[in-house]
Design a protein around this ligand. Sequence first.
Ligand SMILES: C[S@@+](CC[C@H](N)C(=O)[O-])C[C@H]1O[C@@H](n2cnc3c(N)ncnc32)[C@H](O)[C@@H]1O
Length: 282
Amino acid sequence: MTKLLKRLLGDVLLETELSDVFSSFDIIGDIAVIKIPDSLLMKKKLIGDTLLSNVSNLKTVFLQKTAVDGEYRLRGLELIAGEDKYVTIYKEYGCQFFVNVATSYFSPRLSTERLRISNLVSENETVINMFGGIGTFSIIIAKKTPALVYNIDSNLDAYVLSKINSKLNKLQDRIVSLHGNARDILTSGLFENKADRILMPLPEKAFEFIGISVNCVKPSGGYLHFFSHIKSDTKSKAVIDSENHVHSLFSNYDYQIKHTQIVRAVGPRVYQTVTDIYIKNS
Ligand SMILES: C[S@@+](CC[C@H](N)C(=O)[O-])C[C@H]1O[C@@H](n2cnc3c(N)ncnc32)[C@H](O)[C@@H]1O
């Protein structure tokens, strides 16, 4: 994507400016979201128009004005070219998703991780996605395997989209969307000892929900997919640091680390990692 961006902007930016262009941009359906460094903000319209006229099927270009932030993990957006619209349809692994880039979290950069986890799920599993957003992980899982997936999110907009997306993919019988704080929903008594697998894709805060998730795992054992943000000098060290982090958090439990990997870099020497943990709830 970086190369594409630089090639497209090669005609409108100076060589020195080109090296300043942020490393990547996201294309979500027919909407692009791009970061532009302060030094180039006066050329944002030119950059937006260039993208719009060179990337096929693109209708809208937003400048990402703030980092992803807050409970709902949202980012500030400013329209710099094209139609003023936030909703698009994104396609991944044979599934379709209505995405609202302003009101709910979505990242195309997690697609490989969505596929990886979906490949681990067996028939008839009960899966809880504690921070399910618009239903991306849950829908990819349920599309591949007849499992029952609970998709929880505290953001009403994300919850509504998860319901719409489950129907859009004809998976409403396999996915139960729930709106609310995962803490309240999972301590209600309804989910204790029920899950074969729990996804915890909220790297900033997943560690606050460990006790709650373990209580929901079946007494015979189950898997947690535990996401973290890890600051490390190298990728290989990030994997080791991530496992050490998990060991320190889970020391009171009967658990085994099955696998850890980097999901993506999220900043200079900061990595999002995922650890697959087999755990006994006893
Ligand atoms: C990083 S996003 C991941 C969303 C989704 N899994 C995906 O990959 O597209 C985290 C999601 O957790 C939701 N969230 C944050 N705190 C929550 C909580 N305490 N209970 C339920 N959902 C929460 C946010 O609204 C957001 O949609």
